[in-house]
Design a protein around this ligand. Structure first.
Ligand SMILES: Cc1ncc(COP(=O)(O)O)c(C=O)c1O
Length: 356
């Protein structure tokens, strides 16, 4: 060793950290968050209950209150649930348990960049496929490559970010059936897709599902995610989880929100309606191509380099996501989160004035 930095694994030194530049904004449409915060009456109710908790004590060892609420809400056994500090943490725990040098992760690009980050940190081999020309999941290619390379883990972001691509249950079943390794369906945007992969787990014990409270549930700031999998698999994956990863406040808020599912459902319905409206309005602009989305965001392509249009839109105070550097096919692409009606109107005004 010549330098203390050589103590860090080569595979880690070789990559960039996950990074998002903080910017001021008037309207924030860059992280696929829920544009609506919890109503003030519910926040007050939660804060009152939070004041009665013992903040000096560790959380219940198993976060039993939230696990029980989720088990009841999803109609699954508690033993099938692992809770995370955001679904990102669950991705990390899973990749720690599965990937290392000499092991393989299969993903379809472009997708959520955290997957490749975690694989590289683990020193694992990354097998990357491309989405089909029309941006749909290349199901036959995935099955073929799984059969040829036997990845220990395949991660499918469904619906996919940043493209919005939908993955029908039958297609996922085809993929899971072909895999002898594990398949993770990252359902972060599940509430906007109308898909539900949980029933597939009955016949496919290698299928893992992760979901989050950060998107439709509107709790991105509180960091809550969950994993659903075969109980035997959960026992193994849980070994890499640190104790007390979910704090008592996040657990309380998640439980309250599950009890007020009507709020989440109506909010998700509104966002889906807005997605359709914004998609149609953007598609009506001659220079804009809008791709189908099963999520709470839209990917668009225009004749302008993504960076240029991003900065132009940002000059009006609207922050969207420049995804032009994510993949060679995305140089003219942008990702736009669906906001409130008035936020979306403001975005449409700006796009209309720039791209008639
Ligand atoms: C596809 C996907 N998976 C996981 C996450 C992480 O979500 P969480 O906030 O639950 O960590 C995100 C966040 O943007 C995402 O887009």
């Amino acid at each position: 060793m010549t330098d203390f930095l050589d103590s860090i694994k080569k595979s880690v030194r070789a990559i960039e950290a996950y990074h998002l530049k903080e910017r001021q904004y008037r309207i924030k449409l860059n992280q696929n968050e829920n544009p609506h915060d919890l109503p003030a009456w519910l926040k007050r109710e939660i804060l009152e209950e939070a004041a009665t908790l013992n903040w000096n004590r560790y959380p219940h060892f198993d976060n039993d209150r939230l696990k029980s609420a989720l088990a009841h809400y999803l109609d699954v056994a508690k033993e099938r649930i692992l809770l995370g500090n955001g679904s990102n943490e669950l991705l990390q725990i899973l990749t720690h348990a599965v990937l290392s040098e000499g092991r393989r992760l299969l993903i379809v690009q472009p997708t959520f960049t955290v997957y490749q980050q975690l694989a590289r940190v683990a020193g694992a081999e990354l097998i990357e496929l491309d989405f089909a020309k029309d941006w749909s999941f290349p199901v036959d290619d995935i099955v073929d490559r799984i059969k040829k390379t036997h990845p220990h883990l395949t991660i499918l972001c469904a619906p996919n970010s940043p493209t919005g691509a939908d993955l029908p249950e039958e297609a996922l079943e085809e993929i899971v059936s072909a895999a002898c390794g594990l398949v993770l369906a990252d359902e972060a945007y599940h509430e906007f897709s109308g898909r539900d992969y949980i029933p597939l787990q009955k016949n496919h014990r290698n299928l893992i599902v992760t979901r989050t409270f950060s998107k439709a549930m509107g709790l991105a700031g509180l960091r809550i995610g969950y994993m659903l999998a075969d109980p035997g698999l959960i026992v193994q994956i849980n070994k890499g989880k640190l104790p007390y990863n979910l704090n008592i406040f996040s657990e309380l808020v998640a439980c309250k929100l599950i009890a007020h599912q009507d709020l989440v459902n109506s909010c998700a319905r509104e966002i889906i309606g807005e997605r359709q409206r914004v998609s149609r309005a953007l598609a009506a602009l001659e220079q804009v191509r809008v791709f189908p989305s099963a999520s709470n965001f839209l990917m668009i392509e225009t004749p302008l380099p993504g960076k240029v249009l991003f900065e132009d839109v940002y000059s009006t105070g609207i922050l969207i996501r420049d995804i032009s550097g994510y993949h060679p096919r995305l140089t003219n692409a942008l990702r736009i989160s669906i906001g409130t009606t008035s936020e979306n109107d403001a975005l449409l005004d700006v796009m209309g004035s720039r791209l008639k």
